[in-house]
Design a protein around this ligand. Sequence first.
Ligand SMILES: Nc1ncnc2c1ncn2[C@@H]1O[C@H](COP(=O)(O)OP(=O)(O)O)[C@@H](O)[C@H]1O
Ligand SMILES: [Mg+2]
Length: 347
Amino acid sequence: MAEIRFQDVQKRFKDVAVVRDLNLTIEDKEFFTFVGPSGCGKSTILNLLAGLEAVSAGTVFFDGENVNALPPGDRDVAMVFQSYALYPHMRVYDNLAFPLKVKKVAADDIRRKVQRVAAVLGLEPLLRRLPRELSGGQRQRVALGRALIRRPRVFLMDEPLSNLDARLRIEMRAELKELHQRFPATTVYVTHDQEEAMALSDRIAVLHEGRIEQCGPPGEIYAQPATLFVAGFVGSPPMNVIDGSLLPHIHCFESGIGTENHGNVVAGVRPADVEVVSRRETGTLQAEVLLVEPTGNDTWIDGLWRGIKVKGRAAPGETLMPGNLGFFKIPADSLHLFDERSGRRVR
Ligand SMILES: Nc1ncnc2c1ncn2[C@@H]1O[C@H](COP(=O)(O)OP(=O)(O)O)[C@@H](O)[C@H]1O
Ligand SMILES: [Mg+2]
């Protein structure tokens, strides 16, 4: 059982504020992810939770208990890192058993627990091997097993899948999620990969320069990005950004919500919401096709419209070629509007 609460948490290194105004409650058993670009403060937040760094101001609570002064060893957290940090000279069995041996758990008990964790993670055939005899994915599974075996009250995971190749990363991502469904425990996960964050998490906090830009369930963050930063960071391919001065030229926009002065807004529309057809249709943007990118499921089309690049998705059955004219359909209800100055969502 563990609920985590940050209250007015700040972290500075010398004069540099790395985590600012962090106020947040992570629920018991929740899979919570901090996502953001490199350097935004993700690892620092995990280190504050683990007790590896001290807060500069504010308080961290575990189940209502102030843990600011609690040393790492007394926090009952398990951390999984990007680099697996297995003991190279120990077999898988002993790597798994190690945290229990440290706690002086009885030998019988250790054997039982290692067997159980090995079964859950499919490590049984590998127990006699040394880390160097394992693939990257297998090593990461052992690192996970070593975290799981102690049944800590909080799991902290810092980009644990980043070192795996793309296919394995997606496999392990599903395994992690399944594991959390079977054995729910409070998990604080960190990644720079927004797709991974979306796929895994109950809730996500999007971090930008040490501050939470938005916090919510993945679907909400995707559908209603609170800021231009979030809009640009979440979703792939990234959202098209269209200057407000061009809005009157978007037919659907004019007919949809009127023609007041929109010079101070920026509009966003996801490429997935923009359908591109090769035949003229009223209410579409007419653009010269610059680039055609088939990805299997979707074919992305870049078009040049009034000097800006707009990305959309080829309608089923359409074949478009660079140099053709493409007609980009922007549905009125797929437009996101942001204040140009503050970057905050207007609509
Ligand atoms: N021990 C430290 N001393 C000084 N600066 C640090 C230290 N740890 C991290 N930083 C700085 O804090 C910022 C956030 O780092 P970090 O939390 O590692 O980001 P992320 O994990 O999101 O990539 C970076 O600018 C980094 O250089
Ligand atoms: Mg980091």
